[in-house]
Ligand binder design. Structure first.
Ligand SMILES: Cc1cc2nc3c(=O)[nH]c(=O)nc-3n(C[C@H](O)[C@H](O)[C@H](O)COP(=O)(O)OP(=O)(O)OC[C@H]3O[C@@H](n4cnc5c(N)ncnc54)[C@H](O)[C@@H]3O)c2cc1C
Length: 309
């Protein structure tokens, strides 16, 4: 491993402890170059001073189009690329791997490298089991957030770069960085009426039509998981198997496909109205009322109708 790259997320200019540990860990392989792709701004004082790390700041956002991914691909060409699991890091790792037709391995709990081969233990079945494997071909590696550097032999005797943490101690490894009270007139789990929207809205700037409809109804707003993953909407609005479970009298789902994981959080709703421009969208099978149409057209019309009553 002559050249390693690390994709790391930053928070308020700082790298996470885990990212700093990853840099120290990878330096034990004595690579000729260590390239850090920092998502967001990074303060140079937060970097390990003892290691020669080249830093590239990558804008915080989406890299879905090839125009933004191409320059990054060129930068990491010939590098073995690592990251600590997060939505953004995994997103960028997998886009780079797919765009360059390279293999990516995620969920890594333990990794060693010798004679050109990686030996890996990775979690499978949502963490219920582990799989041991070796690879000579993969170039992209996503390490679990709970990757235990202290149990990885290569790290022994390596300095762990200290970084400051803020917030009260929770008595666990988790540290509260900041607390954000949930805002919004109607708490989602208690709402009798909910307007939910998904990726069909296309852009966070289009949410006014959802909010207007919710306001006209006196409803709370909700969203699908990808929408909160993309930071289009706050996490507390995410409904489904891995989000809030709701059981309102009326759920209006706008531009949401109706994946089983979404349905798991909303199937307690009394009446479900689905608005989708694809008549084949699976959600229609679970709807009491369906409107086949463009949300940009239907929602303002519904709002207007409600406002005049
Ligand atoms: C382990 C696991 C857990 C998950 N947990 C959740 C969860 O808790 N909640 C959740 O929501 N998802 C969850 N998911 C993700 C889920 O599988 C789906 O990927 C997700 O629900 C899709 O979101 P979406 O419907 O917003 O986006 P898409 O699937 O992209 O659907 C967008 C829909 O919008 C429609 N559309 C596009 N343009 C318009 C327009 N102009 N007007 C009207 N309609 C339009 C399209 O026809 C499409 O049906 C989970 C997935 C996994 C693997």
């Amino acid at each position: 491993m002559e050249k390693v790259a690390i994709i790391a997320q930053t928070k308020e200019g700082q790298l996470s402890d885990a990212s700093n540990q990853l840099i120290s860990f990878l330096s034990t392989f004595s690579p000729k170059r260590i390239l850090l792709l920092a998502i967001g701004e990074v303060k140079f004082s937060s970097l390990p001073s003892s290691l020669p790390v080249e830093v590239i700041q990558v804008s915080d956002g989406l890299w879905a189009d090839s125009a933004t991914i191409q320059p990054l691909m060129k930068l990491v060409d010939g590098f073995t690329v690592f990251g600590i699991k997060s939505i953004q890091v995994d997103n960028l790792l997998s886009l780079l791997a797919a765009s360059s037709s390279q293999e990516m391995i995620s969920g890594i709990q333990h990794i060693t490298f010798s004679n050109g081969k990686f030996t890996i233990t990775k979690s499978i079945f949502s963490g219920k089991a582990s799989l041991a494997l070796t690879t000579e071909t993969a170039s992209y590696f996503s390490l679990n957030r709970n990757f235990d550097f202290s149990n990885n032999e290569e790290l022994k005797n390596q300095p762990i770069v200290p970084t400051s943490t803020t917030g009260p101690s929770t008595g666990s490894n988790a540290t509260i960085i900041s607390l954000k009270p949930i805002t919004g007139a109607i708490p989602l789990p208690d709402a009798a009426l909910v307007v939910g929207a998904g990726r069909g809205l296309k852009d966070p700037g289009n949410w006014a039509i959802v909010e207007d409809l919710a306001k006209a109804l006196g409803a709370a707003t909700a969203c699908s998981k990808p929408v909160s993953d993309l930071n289009w909407r706050p996490h507390h609005e995410h409904v489904g198997q891995t989000g809030v479970k709701i059981s309102p009298n009326l759920y209006i789902a706008c531009g949401i496909s109706g994946a089983i994981q979404h349905l798991a959080g909303v199937n307690g709703s009394r009446i479900v109205v689905v608005i989708n421009n694809d008549p084949e969208a699976p959600f229609f099978k679970h709807a009491d009322y369906g409107i086949v149409g463009d949300v940009n057209e239907i929602l303002p019309r519904l709002t207007k109708k409600l406002q005049t009553h």
